[in-house]
Design a protein around this ligand. Structure first.
Ligand code: 13P
Length: 251
């Protein structure tokens, strides 16, 4: 069964106390969200233990924003999959465009990261998406196909059950420029067909594909009404509990 998900990527925002307050505010307002919508928050590493503690036993899952590509050892500044699990995470975001763009995240590294995360029972939100130049050159389908083939095609249909795809066109992230529902649906449909080609119709039907990029309460309804858009990965609007919940109420 395909899951509907609204996930908040807090990026490098909030102090620990502010993050705990935000998590509590989201939890407080989450009771009106339909039970079939999964809610996830992804705070910075420093907040994970405190936020997971504040949300313990609740319906809101905690995700990291990244995870190391090595198990443990002399990798200064890195945070391992085991550490994330022990901090209370059940998800990690991987391959966010900001990591690809600013920190040299490659598809090859992502394969290692996804493999390690899954081996520790961490579910993965794998981000894909084209930049403005690629979109303007009409290459967006090819770019997204390559990202999916290079990473996801290394895994089995069984492993795919623990992976969620987030399509985030880079030109729509933090710019206020949302993809239109038509633009988003067209690429979501294409992603699902790529999954179907490789893993079959059942895996494609079960795959949760989120949209991310300037998603807000005012545009979420139209996006989520599309047959291949199964929720959102929310940046800026996830920093306000009312906006985040407003988006989750848009199903
Ligand atoms: P915005 O919602 O701020 O555009 O960010 C989207 C995003 O990058 C979520 O991961």
């Amino acid at each position: 069964m395909r899951k509907f998900i609204v996930a908040g990527n807090w990026k490098m925002n909030t102090t620990v106390p502010e993050g705990v307050e935000l998590a509590k505010a989201v939890l407080e307002k989450a009771k009106d969200i339909p039970a079939n919508v999964e809610l996830i928050v992804a705070p910075p590493f420093t907040h994970l233990v405190s936020v997971a503690d504040a949300l313990k036993g609740s319906r809101i899952a905690v995700s990291a924003q990244n995870c190391a590509d090595e198990e443990k050892g002399a990798f200064t500044g890195e945070v391992s999959a085991d550490m994330l699990v022990s901090a209370g995470c059940s998800y990690t975001i991987l391959g966010h465009s900001e990591r690809r763009q600013y920190y040299g995240e490659t598809d090859a590294k992502l394969v290692k990261k996804v493999r390690l995360a899954l081996s520790r029972n961490l579910k993965v939100i794998l981000c894909v998406g084209e930049n403005l130049k690629e979109r303007e050159a009409g290459k967006h389908f090819d770019v997204v196909r390559a990202q999916i083939e290079n990473v996801l095609f290394n895994f089995s249909a069984e492993e795919l059950k623990s992976i969620v795809i987030a399509y985030e066109p880079v030109w729509a992230i933090g710019t206020g420029k949302t993809a239109t529902a038509e633009q988003a649906e067209e690429i979501h449909r294409c992603i699902r067909s790529i999954i179907e080609e490789k893993f079959g119709p059942a895996a494609a039907d079960d795959m949760t594909i989120l949209y991310g990029g300037s998603c807000k309460p005012s545009n979420a309804k139209e996006l989520f009404a599309c047959p291949d858009i199964d929720g959102g990965l929310i940046g800026g609007a996830a920093l306000k509990a009312d906006d985040f919940i407003g988006i989750a109420l848009s199903f």
